[in-house]
Design a protein around this ligand. Structure first.
Ligand code: DAT
Ligand code: MG
Length: 134
């Protein structure tokens, strides 16, 4: 069974929509395998987003993702990586389809509520980073 790493980012926690996002994951039929509320340190955040190191928004992204508690989850199911990306919607919430988390709850690209691994390879790496015991 496939696994993916989901983050409900600090904006999602701040706006009290953790339950809403988890509810959508559960309704879809995906299973929760691990879950933790934590505040990331900068080193973990930089490692998590290492593919974006050279992007102009990297510093701001690290500041945002470390700026308050987030909820990290491991989610499992049939094609879980793709299934959660579909629930999340496009990166830019303005163009994300209504009915998706980003399409329903966000307007700004940085504060787009959720993260989902983009491949099974990324999922393995990210799950190890957040939940080394899994
Ligand atoms: P995704 O989260 O959909 O996988 P990504 O991996 O390309 O998107 O980017 C990671 C996060 O970085 C994204 O969720 C929000 C932020 N981001 C992406 N593009 C951005 C931009 N042009 N300006 C500011 N933040 C951006
Ligand atoms: Mg990504």
């Amino acid at each position: 069974m496939e696994r993916t790493l989901v983050l409900i980012k600090p904006d999602g926690v701040r706006r009290n929509i953790v339950g809403e996002v988890i509810s959508r994951i559960e309704r879809k039929g995906l299973k929760l395998v691990a879950m933790e509320l934590r505040t990331l340190d900068a080193a973990t955040a930089r490692t998590h987003y290492e593919e974006h190191t050279e992007r102009p928004f990297f510093g701001s992204l690290v500041e945002f993702i470390t700026g308050g508690p987030l909820v990290a989850l491991v989610v499992e199911g049939e094609r879980a990586v793709e299934a959660f990306r579909a629930l999340a919607g496009a990166t830019d919430p303005v163009t994300a389809a209504p009915g998706t988390v980003r399409g329903d709850f966000a307007l700004e690209v940085q504060q787009n509520i959720v993260h989902g691994s983009d491949s099974t390879y990324s999922a393995d790496r990210e799950i190890k980073l957040f939940f080394p015991h899994l």
